[in-house]
Design a binder for this molecule. Sequence first.
Ligand code: ACO
Length: 210
Amino acid sequence: YDIQLATSADKEDILIFLREFFFKDEPLNNYLGLISEDRPRCIDLEEYCTKELDNGLNLKAVHNGKIIGLSLNGILERGYLDKEDDYKVTDPKFSKIIRLLDRVGKESDIFARFPEFDKTVTVKILSVNGAYRGQGIAKELVNKTRELGKQYGAGFMAVDCTSHFTALALRKLGFELHYSLKYADHKENGQVVFKPEKPHEAVTVYVQKF
Ligand code: ACO
């Protein structure tokens, strides 16, 4: 397989890929049943995934002309949590994930750890075709993202990992665990919101200074 830049020209292929894999099998999407036969699409998540495809930082793994993996990457700037998002999430299930990620963003406070830097590159979506997992494709996608992040001039990289396997990949690449929140400790109205399958016990934030 090859790793190549992905752009908005790939948007439809990216969405087809994500509908087949990430929207079903990312641990939180999977737990919530984000998409189902009755509701085959989650427009809010599709927008979230594709709103910055032309930032020059997105990567696809391609085999025989087909996408087999994606790392959809974004830039975060100091103060990003205080800025209003330019789109509103209305899907009730996806909103739960956004509220978790907001909490993780506030509590992990990555820019406080790196006071010398004002921007970072993050992996928003990491997804590999089920038939190609466990072969190091995710690690390669993150490794290449790191190269792009260095060229871009970000001082460090930070990734929210909802999957234990993403955390393992980052650890292998030398990232450090910065923050962890057990799913059992994330409650709304006194109720645990996510009970994903083992081994996905916590959402973690891994960081690396360049
Ligand atoms: N069981 C045990 N270990 C596993 C498994 C598995 N099923 N899959 C991967 N691993 C381990 C690997 O051994 C490796 O660790 P190591 O280097 O210590 O050996 C590490 O996880 C990464 O392995 P890769 O082969 O690079 O990962 P892969 O290409 O299989 O992709 C991914 C990992 C993207 C998480 C894939 O499982 C996937 O698409 N899952 C569903 C979607 C998802 O959960 N995405 C991540 C959400 S977090 C985010 O998007 C930022």
